[in-house]
Design a protein around this ligand. Sequence first.
Ligand code: HEC
Ligand code: HEC
Ligand code: HEC
Ligand code: HEC
Length: 282
Amino acid sequence: MPLLVAALAALCTIAVAGEVSVADCATCHETIHREWSKSLHAGSWQSPVFRHRLDQTEDTRKSSCDCHAPGLSGGPEPVTELVLRDSDRGEGVNCLSCHMDSDRQIWSAGDTLFVPHFTATAAHYSTAAFCASCHKWAENSEFDCQDCHMPSATGGASSGKYIARQPEATHSSHRFSGSRDPEFLSNGAELDVAADGKELSITVTSLVPAHGFPVSKHHSLILAVAGQKSGEPVWSSEIKLEAGGSVKLQAPAVDGAVVELRFYPSTAVWPDSFYVVQRVEQ
Ligand code: HEC
Ligand code: HEC
Ligand code: HEC
Ligand code: HEC
């Protein structure tokens, strides 16, 4: 049974070797590994935005380093004190940061009994309490962040060379889509425009009940009226949406106006780049 032997060999790597690494997990969780490696969790140490902030103040250095490359922080309860790891910091928030404790126990929300490694179940992996270890503002949130940021995706939770294909199975996505994903952004807000004589009545409504839009102070949301798509605006206004809230504004009517809701990510680093979240052409 070559498959079983290979799987057991991989398991022994976890149980016995001095160092456990993300590469070990990737052997049997190929799809999840691929998703994670493109996420901002994997990129959190190297991200130009984080680098920029590090350069600014010593305070930032102290307060956020631990969150951007934490050591083994899995466990039965949400972790309150994270510790910056010594190695592989370039991997940012990795599988081990989220799933493994210092006894090498793997924790998760599921209760699968027969996996080739032991896993323990902790309910907070399905709730905001888990995310709040790092995203502190989510501490008392009643919303399950996983519903939007870890939606069900096709393919089994385990996959790879040694694993039988499970085409019908699904797993919780590890892409952690957020503000860098235009489609994800577009699902977060609606734009309604009505011409009212010489004015436009514009309503922007958040479809995110769990947090403000934009959630981070480093990004900005701009309502722009321009003569052409993504052109220089003749009128613009920065807005912030409360969780699930809406904003109403009046803007001057322009012939053939294009109204755009623009999302500027990390303005300190990329001042001129934006995504169009919604567009209405008059
Ligand atoms: C030898 C193959 C193998 C290796 C190596 C491996 N896993 Fe797994 N793991 C599995 C299989 C198989 C499952 C069952 C998942 C499924 O339902 O498809 C699983 C399940 C899990 C689960 C979900 C448990 C649950 O009940 O919800 C987590 C979390 C997990 N693994 C994390 C890891 C991490 C972190 C690593 C690296 C330290 C790792 N695994 C390495 C094969 C492996
Ligand atoms: C161990 C710390 C940690 C945990 C736990 C954690 N995150 Fe993060 N998360 C980060 C860091 C660090 C970043 C990068 C932030 C940055 O550079 O601006 C990040 C970024 C993100 C992003 C931004 C993605 C983007 O492209 O804009 C999303 C979405 C996100 N996290 C959601 C979650 C959710 C949902 C949970 C809970 C299931 C969670 N995080 C748990 C540390 C963590
Ligand atoms: C930011 C924290 C975070 C990181 C990083 C992370 N996970 Fe997870 N993982 C979770 C959470 C939270 C869940 C439970 C999701 C749910 O309840 O829907 C989960 C679930 C899983 C599951 C079970 C999925 C299912 O659908 O049953 C597996 C397997 C897994 N993770 C493996 C990994 C591997 C392998 C890596 C690294 C490539 C990794 N995780 C990185 C937070 C994380
Ligand atoms: C209804 C879907 C939904 C739910 C539920 C949700 N979010 Fe979001 N989240 C979004 C959307 C849409 C964005 C992109 C707009 C923005 O950045 O505000 C986003 C952005 C983010 C970002 C990216 C910030 C950045 O710097 O780029 C983080 C982190 C995040 N959410 C964490 C969470 C956490 C933690 C929870 C649980 C308390 C949660 N979200 C619940 C939809 C959701």
